[in-house]
Design a protein around this ligand. Structure first.
Ligand code: CP
Ligand code: NVA
Length: 304
């Protein structure tokens, strides 16, 4: 529920998604002009158990721009890293902070944190979802003049990763077509596409998925936490690169990448640089979209 937390795209309604995307546009257009400071007097924490450049910087800047203050907590700096349970960490933080942004492994951990802390909780990436990324991406697509409810999005690469899974929920909720091209071993988990509903097709051929797409999207082949599988994944994903020959079957497509990008792995150097304008606008839009989310869920209530 966006009213209190942002834990997943799955938990959002179509109306909530569309309204957050519109609000991101307002944030972008009014950056530096908005003096309401909805987070004035609030202290938020970013609790990250995985690396981050974009998410960390955009949340730190966004919270400050909205009038709040922010602290960064790496797992190893806090007792969580030495085994203190998430529900105890949540009950401590809930009594001191006004909100928490969490990047971790299990989706269950952000859900437990939200339940036990009683303060607004934002999922900044788990193994299952990356909702902040997808809200910024939808805004970027809308900003390019495309109609979100009539899109054909082709996701090429690891269909089992967090970003692909959030795309599945976005497609189901917004009502656009999504095709995911992956080796079968990296299809989304059994039953997820059926549970989401909507118009989603899984393909093992990248060209079939990309044909006529409005958006060609990719993400890393080796997500954080999967490093031990690197060599296996590199071999499996051959043929799933966004390159000039793939772009030829979707010449009008917006080429998108959530970043970080690994050149000549999931995307060719030439295509990446030719579409860097879109890709880095996508990165910038994380700031605007997350400011919209923060403004929506900001609350002055502290438990305890
Ligand atoms: N796209 C994204 O979430 O980037 P970071 O891992 O750098 O935050
Ligand atoms: N799927 C990637 C996204 C990085 C922003 C990962 O989890 O590492």
């Amino acid at each position: 529920m966006i009213a209190r937390h942002l834990l997943s795209i799955e938990s959002l309604s179509r109306e909530e998604i569309f309204s957050m995307v519109d609000a991101a546009g307002v944030m972008k257009a009014t950056r530096g002009l908005d003096v309401r400071g909805p987070l004035r007097g609030q202290c938020w924490a970013l609790m990250f158990l995985k690396s981050s450049t974009r998410t960390r910087v955009s949340f730190e800047v966004g919270i400050r721009e909205l009038g709040g203050s922010v602290m960064f907590l790496a797992a190893d700096d806090i007792q969580l890293g030495r085994g203190e349970p998430i529900k105890d960490t949540a009950r401590v933080m809930g009594r001191m902070l006004h909100g928490v942004v969490i990047r971790t492994f299990a989706q269950r951990d952000v859900e437990d944190f939200a339940a036990y802390s009683g303060i607004p909780t934002i999922n900044a990436l788990t193994d299952e979802e990356h909702p902040c990324q997808i809200l910024a991406d939808l805004f970027t697509i809308q900003e390019s003049g495309r109609d979100l409810s009539r899109l054909k999005v082709a996701f090429i690469g690891d269909g089992d990763c967090n970003v692909a899974r959030s795309w599945i929920w976005a497609a189901a909720r917004c009502g656009f077509d999504l095709r995911i091209a992956s080796p079968k071993k990296f299809f989304p988990p059994e039953g997820l596409v059926e549970r989401a509903g909507g118009n989603i097709r899984l393909e093992t051929d990248a060209r079939t998925a990309a044909q006529g797409a409005d958006v060609l999207y990719t993400d890393v082949w080796v997500s954080m936490g999967k490093e031990e599988e690197s060599a296996f994944r590199m071999a499996q994903f051959q043929g799933f690169q966004i390159d000039a020959s793939l772009l030829a079957v979707a010449p009008e497509a917006l080429v998108m990448h959530c970043l970080p990008a690994y050149r000549d792995k999931e995307i060719s150097e030439a295509v990446f640089e030719a579409h860097a304008g879109t890709i880095f606008r996508q990165a910038e839009n994380r700031l605007h979209a997350q400011k919209a989310v923060l403004t929506r869920i900001a609350t002055r209530k502290i438990t305890g």
